[in-house]
Design a protein around this ligand. Structure first.
Ligand SMILES: Cc1cc2nc3c(=O)[nH]c(=O)nc-3n(C[C@H](O)[C@H](O)[C@H](O)COP(=O)(O)OP(=O)(O)OC[C@H]3O[C@@H](n4cnc5c(N)ncnc54)[C@H](O)[C@@H]3O)c2cc1C
Length: 457
């Protein structure tokens, strides 16, 4: 089958890797990517902004790697239309490319919050306003950073916190505005949001929650509580929405995302699939790398004739930002169960497990992720715990102690890699290349290093 993938982002690259790992003929695969650069790790954009990573260090797979595996990678190739009748896609220059199976991996686009003055009459963003989704956005923002000047980040979700940390590290006086009553309001409880706000303030960022930006003018950014924040720079981090215009025009069913079944096929057309941020499964869109990569693995199996199915049951999110560690399993705010919590705002940690019938059914960990591997394993397996165990799990682990994890425990949530698979690699570089652990959000890096560290006797 000729497989054509639209989009060259994190889900698309993972799909190609998974297809090749199953022996799929790379010469039958074409990736059409509208960005002009080799596919890169979007999660690490804030590290580039912060100045700790060079843009070239973000490359997931180089054009040479695609060529060596026979895969056609077309950069700067934007797909304009899908002709499902003819089973062809059309690029902006009119070129048509045929497919047997089409995979839409078009990601998401930043939401424009309803703030007057963000957009000029000609439809372009005000020169002081920046989005933060792509390497190009990152370059534009990077050029606008002036140490000592003021920046306001609109949005106190995962992305907003990452950007704020990076701007502070670059010497900007940075403030975060969040309309909800606390930070990370969709993922964590108010107390955990307050711990995060405290940590951010200690790291040099002022935080305004329960306040909406309403207007940008010469005085600065006006909030609905009457304050005006003088600012030289505004970064939009108020969330994203699935990029579905192509699918809509092609007549595929779209709700918030492109509606897919458990084989990740469009419910309208079984020869079209969708994975990653643009897909909607059981009325849920995801927006994180671990589910995008899980979907890529399932779809590769399906395309190779396997029986894997995506049930969307497993939801894991990790935040990558210097000095802010957050992991969320499932939906800790809306899942029914007993709540076991340990908080220590003084050290910036707040950990919550939701336990139902002795099983961990959701978790949110802020500030201390030393037990995340074990907690994830117990969550995944639905292991029944004794009454004292959830509390004991929330006690911090000494980071210099050997990492006690059974071989089956998952270490890398993005690539789904177990402790045993990491140990079998013997070295960090081999583990990285063979399993792709650490190449997603990077949150598993300390655990992978500790698993591979020589044991002293
Ligand atoms: C700054 C930032 C930080 C993030 N941090 C985290 C984090 O800490 N943890 C986490 O789990 N997730 C994080 N995310 C989210 C994560 O990056 C996404 O979930 C992931 O990239 C989804 O992969 P995807 O392939 O679906 O979409 P993307 O990686 O967005 O790729 C989609 C690609 O498709 C291209 N495209 C769209 N339309 C077309 C078309 N018509 N023709 C050709 N190409 C097209 C787009 O330009 C883009 O390159 C972050 C996102 C951003 C922006």
């Amino acid at each position: 089958m000729r497989i054509v993938v639209v989009g060259g982002g994190m889900a698309a690259v993972r799909l190609v890797e998974e297809l090749l790992a199953r022996g799929y003929d790379g010469t039958r695969v074409t990736v059409l990517a509208d960005e002009p650069v080799a596919p890169y790790n979007r999660i690490l954009l804030s590290a580039v902004l912060e100045g700790t990573h060079d843009p070239s260090a973000l490359t997931l797979r180089s054009p040479q790697w695609f060529a060596e595996h026979g895969v056609t990678l077309r950069l700067g190739a934007r797909v304009l239309e899908v002709d499902r009748g003819a089973r062809e896609v059309m690029l902006v220059d009119g070129e048509r490319i045929g497919y047997d199976r089409l995979v839409l991996a078009t990601g998401s686009i930043p939401t424009l919050p309803p703030v007057r003055g963000l957009v000029r009459l000609d439809g372009t963003l005000h020169p002081r306003v920046h989005a933060f989704r792509s390497l190009a956005d990152c370059g534009g923002l990077d050029a606008a950073v002036v140490p000592g000047q003021r920046a306001v980040v609109v949005g106190g979700g995962l992305l907003g916190l990452q950007v704020a940390r990076a701007l502070v590290a670059r010497g900007m006086r940075t403030e975060v505005v969040e309309g909800a009553s606390h930070l990370l309001a969709s993922q964590v409880a108010p107390a955990a949001g307050a711990v995060l706000a405290r940590t951010l303030r200690q790291l040099g960022t002022e935080v305004y929650t329960g306040a909406r930006a309403v207007r940008l003018d010469d005085d600065g950014l006006r909030l609905d509580n009457g304050y005006t924040l003088a600012t030289d720079l505004v970064v939009l981090a108020a969330g994203g929405r699935p990029s579905t215009a192509l699918a809509r025009r092609a007549g595929l069913m779209v709700r918030r995302g492109i509606v897919v079944d458990s084989t990740l096929a469009s419910v309208t057309d079984p020869s079209v699939h969708a994975i990653g941020d643009c897909a909607s499964h059981r009325d849920r869109v995801t927006g994180f790398v671990p589910p995008a990569w899980e979907q890529a693995g399932v779809l590769a199996d399906v395309l190779c004739g396997g029986t894997a199915r995506y049930d969307g049951r497993r939801s894991v999110a990790r935040l990558r930002a210097t000095g802010l560690d957050v992991a969320v399993l499932g939906d800790p705010l809306r899942t029914a169960g007993e709540v076991v919590e340990v908080a220590n705002p003084l050290v910036g940690s707040h950990r919550r497990l939701v336990v139902d019938g002795g099983r961990i059914v959701a978790a949110a960990l802020v500030g201390d992720l030393s037990r995340i591997g074990l907690i994830t394993q117990l969550y995944d397996r639905g292991t029944v715990l004794g009454p004292g165990e959830p509390g004991a799990l929330l006690m911090p682990e000494a980071t210099d102690a050997p990492l006690v994890l059974p071989d089956s425990a998952e270490v890398c949530a993005c690539a789904g890699v177990s402790a045993g698979e990491v140990r079998a690699c013997g070295s960090f570089e081999v583990a990285r290349e063979r399993t792709r652990a650490t190449t997603g959000c990077g949150g598993c890096r300390p655990a992978v290093e500790r698993l591979l560290a020589p044991v002293s006797v």
